[in-house]
Design a binder for this molecule. Structure first.
Ligand code: SF4
Length: 735
């Protein structure tokens, strides 16, 4: 493999920054690449943020290899990274604007016409139903500069109040958990912590499949770590762990409180850390005292002896890191579960040191950029729309008059969907997300999208389920066809480079937002937002004095080929330790709350909204199917190689005893039904799933016909991981 990379490098030339000479709108001014060169960029799929070297031959991008000397991926990439260029050439790309005609068909239109129709119909919605009747849904897949421009144009220029992103589906829980406990949305870790821990606890995380390069970092850990996986399924990661804790679905909060009780009871508390750096320990201790091993065993299905052992493992570990992903976050009580994980780290003083931390791993490549700068649920820079001082700060930096920033927060994604149902929302602008596939309880949302007065979809594909429902389709450039930055899971800001031209008339999202602003008549307001790098400068000024302050980054050139983790202020404060490559937060035990102390936050566990019943006796779990598939498959399904690495047909994992009771054989077709819909799938009979549970990957377009629309009350993140379903053999169902 190394020889292959070296051969590719020799053939395609030296590492180059040649692209910096490109100017003018992407889609109109062709990219100019050196004839033979290597362009370093960051992957556009998951939040790991692997560095990729794009090899250019005769002026065209021809191949990708993972960067060898990079602090994130150390020369590795998963199948999606290796195939990063393939989706750009897919025949399903949107190549021209489309407008739905009087006969209900999408027909080709000019950019001028499509933008005019968009603006006229959006204005009609606002005129007839008020400004709040228009909303937007964005994404964690575009560069930060584009997200910020959208948030600015929509909220400061077009008078839109309600806008959210598909990031609500993956990381809203972690945002709220961190804000309440640390005073700011601040994932504290660096990936080097995977290699420095002696105890690694993965909660609701199938890292091997969802974040394979992070798993590789664990494999490289030289300390022979204890690896604990807390997950109802015996996932690929659980199989590779040293201990699998197979709890009942959605009993994680009870389990975590039980562990906290044992840590306190057995004297594993770091008293000095807790008394100097936290608030709420006494109340938390009293609360968790009720979570005895016997009670927790009865409610979670985890034997009391295993709980005691696990608590001792965490208590005795010298460098314990606790990591969570969607198994925790996509829950009806995900925020409190994440905060219980944070509490375990605080109790044992496992934060701010190498190999420690209460660490949320995000999903999308730029979820962390969205958290800071999408200007949706938070005002720019993690500020609040309802705080007068915050609004004034933003208006001053942007040189806009007082009153420009709305003083009301946005509705969350589910509230926007409810708004469509109630008729409060009549127009919707969807950018780079496939709501009709990925939103929970899909049949309802498709029906609702169909009811809108106007739906505008801006996407690199015209074939998505959502684009097919649109009144206007605006064709957009994809990753690899534009410039900007991503922020990965460990807060690293890295450059995304342009290595190809978008097809046909497609334009960068940046250029589309500028054109929408011009057509709306508010273009002058955003004159200073002239290019992605100019916007990066504005965002840098908006970060000044904030916990994520990156005013020390001197433009794109400073990001170099390795990126920079935030914070990176001009004068680093105490607590920002380590080299530019590796930074973790809270080394000084000072958090971002007013008194600089972290908080214990807790609540009584609640049952999931939908219980199993005689009619629907199985608990449906959903999740990632393979490392070659990305979310709705819009991009990864365009690669024959990636398709070949995942089952071609939909499947459902079923326990052997359940299969026997149902009379279902391995690979037989079955029908899975919930109170909302049904799907057909091959039965994959396996003991990796618990009895009474079934697992279906989220990538299949049918999966969200089954899911139940319940939401965490604090983060409003959907609970994709729990619904009641029935399974029957197809033959029996058809009879
Ligand atoms: Fe790395 Fe994620 Fe891209 Fe795979 S998808 S190469 S793990 S960033």
């Amino acid at each position: 493999m190394i020889r292959l990379r070296e051969r590719l490098r020799r053939r395609t030339g030296p590492l180059t920054d040649e692209l910096e000479r490109v100017d003018g709108p992407v889609g109109q001014v062709p990219v100019r690449l050196a004839p033979d060169a290597v362009v370093r960029t960051v992957c556009g799929f998951c939040s790991t943020g692997c560095s990729l070297d794009v090899h250019v031959r005769d002026g065209s991008a021809v191949n990708v290899t993972p960067t060898v000397d990079h602090p994130v991926n150390l020369g590795m990439a998963c199948p999606k990274g290796w195939e990063a260029l393939t989706p750009l050439g897919a025949p399903s790309r949107a190549t021209a604007p489309l407008v739905r005609d009087g006969r209900g068909r999408l027909r080709r239109a000019s950019w001028d016409e499509a933008l005019q129709v968009t603006v006229d119909r959006f204005r009609a919605v606002q005129r007839d139903h008020g400004p709040d009747a228009l909303a937007f849904l964005s994404t964690g897949q575009i560069v930060t500069e584009e997200m910020a421009l959208l948030g600015a144009v929509a909220k400061l220029g077009m008078g839109i109040v309600h806008g959210d992103g598909n990031t609500r589906q993956c990381m809203a829980t972690s945002v709220v958990a961190y804000k309440e406990c640390f005073g700011f949305d601040a994932p504290p870790y660096t990936y080097a912590d995977f290699e420095a821990s002696d105890v690694i606890v993965l909660i609701g995380s199938n890292l091997c499949v969802a974040h394979p390069i992070m798993w590789e970092r664990i494999v490289r850990n030289p300390h022979d770590p204890t690896i604990v996986v807390i997950d109802p399924r015996r996932t690929e990661t659980a199989m590779a762990s040293t201990e699998h804790v197979a709890l009942r679905p959605k009993s994680d909060l009870t389990l975590l409180y039980g562990l906290a009780h044992l840590v306190i009871r057995d004297g594993f508390v770091d008293d000095a850390f807790v008394s100097e750096h936290t608030v709420g320990f006494e109340g938390f201790t009293t609360f968790v005292a009720a979570f005895t091993p016997e009670r927790v065993a009865a409610e979670t299905g985890v034997p009391a002896s295993q709980l005691e052992t696990l608590a001792a493992t965490i208590g005795r570990g010298e460098r314990v890191s606790l990591w969570w992903t969607m198994g925790v976050s996509q829950s009806h009580e995900g925020v409190r579960a994440a905060q219980a994980i944070i509490a375990l780290a605080l109790l044992t003083g496992n934060i701010g040191r190498p190999g420690t931390g209460a660490n949320s791993i995000t999903g999308q490549c730029n979820a962390n950029g969205s958290r800071l700068y999408s200007n949706t649920s938070s005002l720019f820079g993690g500020r609040s729309f309802t705080d007068e001082g915050d609004r004034a700060e933003v208006e001053a930096v942007l040189d806009m008059p007082p009153g420009t920033v709305p003083d009301r927060p946005s509705w969350a994604y589910d509230q926007i969907v409810e708004g469509i149902a109630s008729g409060a929302i009549r127009g919707l602008w969807v950018i780079a997300t496939n709501t009709a596939h990925s939103w929970i309880n899909q049949d309802e949302v498709r029906d609702l999208l169909d009811r809108l007065d106007v739906l505008v979809v801006q996407d690199m594909y015209a074939t998505t389920d959502t684009a097919q429902l649109a009144d206007v389709v605006l064709p957009a450039a994809g990753w690899g066809e534009k410039e900007g930055t991503f922020v990965n899971s460990e807060r690293r800001i890295s450059r995304v480079r342009r290595v190809a031209d978008p097809p046909g008339e497609a334009l960068s999202d940046f250029e589309i937002f500028k054109r929408v602003a011009a057509a709306w008549g508010c273009g002058d307001q955003f004159e200073a937002w002239s290019s992605p790098e100019a916007v990066f400068g504005i965002l840098k000024r908006l970060s000044a004095g904030r916990p994520h302050d990156f005013t020390g980054i001197d433009g794109y050139a400073h990001l170099g080929h390795r990126g920079v983790q935030w914070p990176f202020p001009v004068d680093p404060p105490a607590g920002v330790e380590g080299s530019a490559d590796e930074r973790r937060l809270f080394a000084d035990g000072r958090f971002f709350t007013p008194d600089r102390r972290a908080r214990f936050v807790w609540d009584e566990p609640r049952r999931p909204a939908e219980a199993t019943s005689r009619r629907y006796p199985f608990t449906l779990l959903t999740g990632r199917g393979s490392s070659s598939q990305w979310h709705t498959g819009t991009r990864t399904s365009t690669s024959a190689l990636l398709r070949s690495l995942a089952p071609a047909e939909p499947y459902v994992e079923l326990h052997p005893d359940d299969a026997a009771a149902l009379g279902v054989a391995d690979h037989e077709w079955v029908v899975v039904t919930s109170a909302r819909g049904s799907l057909r799938a091959r039965a994959y009979v396996t003991a990796t799933i618990g009895q009474g549970q079934v697992f279906i990957p989220m990538h299949d377009v049918q999966t969200n016909r089954l899911t139940y629309p319940s939401f965490d009350p604090h983060s409003r993140q959907p609970s994709y991981k729990h619904a009641a379903v029935a399974v029957r053999a197809l033959e029996a169902w058809e009879r």
